[in-house]
Design a protein around this ligand. Structure first.
Ligand code: PXL
Length: 281
């Protein structure tokens, strides 16, 4: 695959900011984002929104960071270090979403700013453990998604956000339209969880044209952090100046490789792994 250019020794790399939750098991969230960013040659800046208590079996609790501290992390990083793109993951609550949206508008992150924003509307872990208060779905719909350059829900999140249960490509198109109507520049409906299909087809929509990204399905129980990895890779490619369809194409192949390299960890689901990059120059 075509990889993103790596910085030379001593050269300041492209920077990407993730605003998300930590995963003590190291598989998803900020840990997945930072790993993919590092393996893409990108310097990861992080604004921690929540700390989860989790391992390979599930999430047993989380602690929310005060909204002002989340926003201050974003302001501090953008004002000094500067970033080429940003990504949101687990934001947990309405108050954090509102604080993040406000600071993003202030510093120029988002669809109308200079810094593209990938919104991964994380609602629950793969085990079904909640990572977002149910009352915050309205803020996801009306405050967070409208800010996005691209929004990247999986099918469970599509159902929660739009009410549409996707079982085929026609449903996926309706869902992409419904998401786009909320205001992001681009919407992607990920087909990875549509187990009835042999292909994992992601559908990208800009309000006019649909772009399909079919890929052979990789069946593994070790897919923890897959959604985070896709969204983080999109953000890395956008920071390198890729147009959105090319960024998605890159990220899809990146994530496929990470799924193929996933490994067992603990008694539950292992993580997707970008470590394959270490042996491919
Ligand atoms: O993969 C979604 C996700 C995002 N962020 C955090 C998570 C998870 C899934 O478990 O724990 C912190």
């Amino acid at each position: 695959m075509k990889l993103l250019p790596l910085p030379a020794d001593g050269q300041t790399p492209v920077r990407v900011l993730t605003i998300a939750g930590t995963d003590s098991g190291g598989g998803a969230g900020i840990q997945a984002d930072s790993r993919t960013m590092a393996m893409c040659g990108v310097h990861a800046c992080v604004a921690v929104a929540a700390v989860t208590v989790q391992n390979s079996v599930g999430v047993s609790g989380f602690h929310e960071i005060p909204p002002q501290i989340v926003a201050d992390q974003v302001r501090s990083v953008v004002g000094d270090i500067g970033v080429g793109a940003a990504k949101t993951g687990m934001l947990a609550s309405t108050a954090i979403i509102e604080a993040v949206a406000e600071v993003c508008r202030e510093v120029g992150i988002g669809r109308d700013g200079a810094i593209p924003l990938v919104v991964d509307p994380v609602a629950a872990s793969m085990h079904g453990d909640p990572l977002l208060h149910a009352e915050a779905l309205d803020a996801v719909r009306h405050t967070l998604i409208p800010l996005a350059t691209i929004v990247t829900p999986n099918l469970d999140e599509v159902r929660l956000i739009t009410g549409i249960t996707v079982t085929d490509q026609a449903d996926a198109r309706r869902a992409a339209q419904a998401l786009h109507d909320m205001g992001p520049r681009w919407a992607i409906v990920k087909g990875g969880h549509l187990r009835s299909s042999e292909l994992s087809t992601d559908l990208l929509f800009d309000g006019e044209n649909y772009y399909e990204f079919p890929a052979p399905r990789i069946t593994t129980g070790n897919d923890h952090g897959g959604g985070d990895t896709l969204a983080a890779a999109i953000a890395c490619a956008l920071a390198h100046g890729y147009p959105v369809p090319e960024a998605v194409e890159f990220a899809k192949e990146w994530t496929r490789r990470c799924l193929a390299a996933s490994y067992d960890l603990g008694a539950g689901h292992g993580p997707v792994s970008p470590l394959w990059r270490l042996s491919h120059s």
